[in-house]
Design a protein around this ligand. Structure first.
Ligand SMILES: Cc1cc2nc3c(=O)[nH]c(=O)nc-3n(C[C@H](O)[C@H](O)[C@H](O)COP(=O)(O)OP(=O)(O)OC[C@H]3O[C@@H](n4cnc5c(N)ncnc54)[C@H](O)[C@@H]3O)c2cc1C
Length: 438
């Protein structure tokens, strides 16, 4: 295919300097026919229309951290939104912040930190605002301020036909509902309007316990989090059962909205969960608790599964322990929910699993050469844990099968997503994602 590159916004094709680097994302190297890096909303429209005229699959990229490398393509057209990384305050009284669809959370922090503001986001600075938000967005403020989508008030979207609409509670409300959890299915979001929160600082730390009885630790961590105020969000990390650290467990936590002595009292119950070998708590700017994020080491593949659990009961706990033994190279992370997250009605957004008290994640890095061989056993072991869940969070799911989509969206949510897809993208132009087929 021959492109008239003079009409394309900042385009790269194979052979151009910088193409190889631009064709890669964190979890994969693609070989797109063309990579466009629009700097304006109009250039995004050009890219969307150009792809359709030339029958090219569209891959949309924000921070490039999608687990399934949907931000690149083999033979298609990548719309890399990295230049659309503006962050500005549009209403300081209401703390409305407009964020470009290609900004990272590090960029958001750069602008909000001097104001003492933050937007509930994830745990990693380099993750894109686009992908994280459209999936939901779980982070260290989730119990206090809900998901990233719970703080979203509007989005400007380039649709498949090249038109640009603003979606909010009052305009294109069906699209606004779908964007909050339905992923990149409906168009290219060129900017998001969030309500930021006042978060002048965060008390962040970790507590390492050793030795632990993992099932007892899960139980007591769960009980402590059921009683905890929403100012505390915490994760329990159980290392691979086959590793040197197998006898230990780590609780990582973030407390906001209180002074040091209150923060100390909030985390005190966590210190009582077992024999503490190391503990730290530090007051930091919110942006400083975000991890830098690291590329996957070459030659390795990530296995990632998760499940939302409404009740982390005894049988679920036993299932987690069983999984750790059957899959000894896998870390299991339990992230606490509840609080503001659970107060949003299940059907208010396309992310429906508001009754979950915990998200359980399994992550393992395996040599690429053995990955195909090992994956069935990993999945089969995980099915015992998954059976205790009410759904999955697609942004942490290492696959995009029909079963994943069906588990992520309850039937009524899925039916509504299909309706919105039919209205806004009937030709399935935006299909390189956890796809909602129109
Ligand atoms: C190291 C790491 C840490 C993570 N931590 C968290 C966490 O704490 N909490 C959490 O909730 N998730 C977390 N995630 C998961 C993360 O939310 C997803 O991987 C997400 O898809 C990444 O977004 P991105 O924009 O960086 O990725 P990309 O690969 O750029 O985008 C992913 C997909 O989102 C869609 N998309 C992105 N931007 C737009 C846009 N502007 N318009 C339309 N569609 C768009 C596209 O379909 C795209 O393929 C983490 C992932 C990694 C790798």
């Amino acid at each position: 295919m021959v492109f008239n590159l003079t009409t394309l916004p900042d385009a790269l094709v194979p052979g151009d300097a910088g193409y190889e680097e631009a064709a890669g994302v964190l979890f994969g190297q693609g070989r797109p026919a063309v990579i466009m890096r629009p700097g304006t909303r109009g250039e995004v429209v050009d890219a969307v229309l150009h792809a359709q005229r030339n029958k090219l699959e569209i891959a949309v990229r924000s921070g490039g951290h999608g687990l399934l490398a949907h931000g690149t393509s083999d033979g298609g057209l990548v719309i890399d939104l990295g230049r659309l990384n503006h962050v500005s305050v549009v209403d300081s009284d209401r703390r409305v912040v407009r964020v470009g669809g290609g900004a990272t959370w590090a960029r958001v922090d750069e602008i909000l930190r001097p104001l003492g503001w933050a937007i509930s986001s994830g745990d990693t600075a380099g993750v894109g605002v686009g992908g994280l938000t459209l999936g939901g967005g779980f982070g260290w403020l989730v119990r206090r301020f809900g998901l990233a989508i719970d703080n979203l008030v509007a989005a400007r979207v380039v649709l498949a036909d090249g038109s640009v609409v603003t979606a909010s509670a009052t305009r294109h409300a069906d699209l606004f509902w779908a964007l909050r959890g339905g992923g990149g299915n409906f168009g290219v979001v060129v900017d998001f309007d969030f309500i930021a929160a006042e978060v002048p600082s965060a008390h962040f730390g970790e507590i390492v316990f050793d030795p632990v009885d993992p099932a007892a630790m899960i139980r007591s961590w769960r009980n402590a989090m059921r009683r905890a105020p929403r100012e505390l969000t915490a994760a329990l990390v159980l290392p691979p059962s086959g590793s040197d650290a197998a006898s230990s467990a780590t609780v990582t936590f973030c407390v906001t909205g209180c002074d040091v002595s209150t923060a100390d009292s909030v985390i005190e119950p966590l210190l009582g969960l077992g024999r503490v070998t190391r503990a730290s708590i530090e007051e930091r700017a919110y942006g400083d608790i975000l991890e830098p994020g690291h590329p996957l080491p070459p030659g390795l593949r990530l296995f990632a599964r998760n499940v939302m659990m409404d009740d982390l009961d005894e049988t679920a706990t036993v299932a987690v322990e069983q999984f750790r033994h059957e899959s000894p190279a896998t870390s299991v992370i339990l992230r606490s929910l509840g609080g503001a997250f659970g107060e949003v009605p299940w059907d208010a957004t396309a992310f429906a699993h508001r009754d979950a008290e915990v998200m359980v994640l399994a992550m393992s890095m395996v040599p690429e050469a053995q990955a195909d061989l090992l994956e069935p056993a990993f999945r089969s072991a995980w099915s015992g844990v998954a059976a205790h869940g009410s759904g999955v969070y697609l942004n942490f799911q290492g696959s995009a099968t029909e079963e994943d989509i069906a588990t992520a969206y309850p039937p009524a949510t899925r039916a509504r997503l299909v309706e919105v897809k039919r209205a806004y993208d009937p030709g399935n132009v935006f299909a390189c994602n956890h796809n909602i087929v129109p």
